[in-house]
Write a protein that binds this ligand. Sequence first.
Ligand code: SF4
Length: 570
Amino acid sequence: MQHDTPEIGLVRLPGRLPTTVDDIGFWYDDDMATRFSVAAWDVAGAWWSGLFSQNTLVAIRSVNGRLDHTRRSLRLKAQGVDAGAMMRAADQALQNLKNPAFFDSAETYLEQIAHIEAGFQILNTLQDNVIFGINGARVAGLNYGSSVALGAFASGQTLLQKLVENAVEQMPPPNEFLFLKIKDEGELLSALMLTEVVRRRWPNCQMCLGDHGHENYSLHSVLKEQGRAHPLFDMFDDVVVERGAIPVVLKLRFPVCGAVPSKTLGDIYAHDFEIFAPKRILTMRLSEGRCYWAKCTYCTQNAKFGNGRAPSKSDLVQALDRLSGFAQAGVSHFQFSDEALSPALLREFSQKLVTLGIDIHWACRSKLEPVFGKVLFDQLALAGCYEVLFGLETTVPRIQIAMDKYDRRLDEPAVAEILNAADQAGIGIHLNLIAGFPSETLAELNQTVDFLIQVGQGKSGFTFLLNEFVLFRDTPMFENPHDFGMELVPVGGDIFPNAPFVVPHPMPDAVTPDDVLREMQRAFERLHWGRLGEFAGGDLAVHLYFTSGHGSVFKSGFNPFDCGDSRAVA
Ligand code: SF4
């Protein structure tokens, strides 16, 4: 545990199946590199590699008791299920996901996913305290919105705690200082359990909750509001509230310059974090700035870092410098997680990639703008872009206005033209939609889904998500629910990401949760994804294709799932 040069362990926590590596951000710069080295401490990789092993069965037996385990095992046996063989097959399939050969055909890929799905079923049959799945492990009945409840659970002797211990057993001793980055409430629980395990074995190791903002999840505002009074401050050695304060905290810990980094970040990303995908895919930002639009009433993305600055072209200097180092080290695929990069920034970025000769595959997010067309998409494609994610949300102007995302130039024909131009340029599109926005009627939702089905037909690499509306905290809607016809429902907990609400006077034909499911199903069927569900592992494969690094692998190369009407398997 002693190193000549101080070293920070970058912890990757057990959560959803890791198919990409997450960049730690801009804070580890040249100055920081003279103070300490960084190294991967990949608990997630060890956790997933050991999930379908004998050790997990032993852990289940020790927590649930021999009698319960025997009873459940015998029941499986009576059904003709060889649990041990299925676990071994799932374990092998997980490892196979690192091999490009298993992505060469829909059949071989589906076969692996079916084994993994069967492995989850075995785990979920042998016990019922934890629900295992591709998105990680979920504890039944636990209030993930309460830091106190999570802290209490983390200190107990539970199955999950044992699995974290098992993962740590497989790893080298940690560095003196571990930097924890969490992406959701499940990873917060993992961080708390890991802290318990590490403190028992290495009491001098410092656990720092350094990053807690990802997508729609953020602890930023609650930690800022309550400061050191918040219970999480007692659960970790350090909690960094503002992302911009990470360098300050670390400079206090490591004041002396002169260290020689043992590895570059690029080397760590390219080799040291395990990912269950055949390409090195890195999720990173091009800028610390917020989305340039930053107005949508339902959006929580901009609250998470407390950064009110929009990205600028000068941000690209550092981003390209880092990116080029990562690419040289062996990272081939990039997912830029900036909430919405402007067309102007994307144009500049693409030009720079070509000029600098940086040869990578990449995907990004943007907001639909009239300037998107064949010329710009061609430019992005030339620079290696294989996908752009757009948040369309709805095509109904009345709802767009309520969302503060209305642009009269972007009616349905104009949006269709943009999406067709992307397709012609060879760029895949992912559309995000919101269903059940307060006051939305079923007819309005039908209109949006009709449009989705129409524009999605026959497009290469086209995916979508129809998300049921949730009220995120730290949004204009959360701050002023009555303006949107909502009333908040009191909730137990301090760190809940979404708030329950009611609409006291709903429209007569307001969208219901069943409508959302039906419309999602309709879109899947009409865009020919439904047929994959008839195959073992099909639904899970679609989920991975739509939401994980596996989608990046397929969309940027040979794609047996391409174009709905000609999917290879179906
Ligand atoms: S464009 Fe996207 S990221 Fe920007 S405010 Fe709207 S929803 Fe949020």
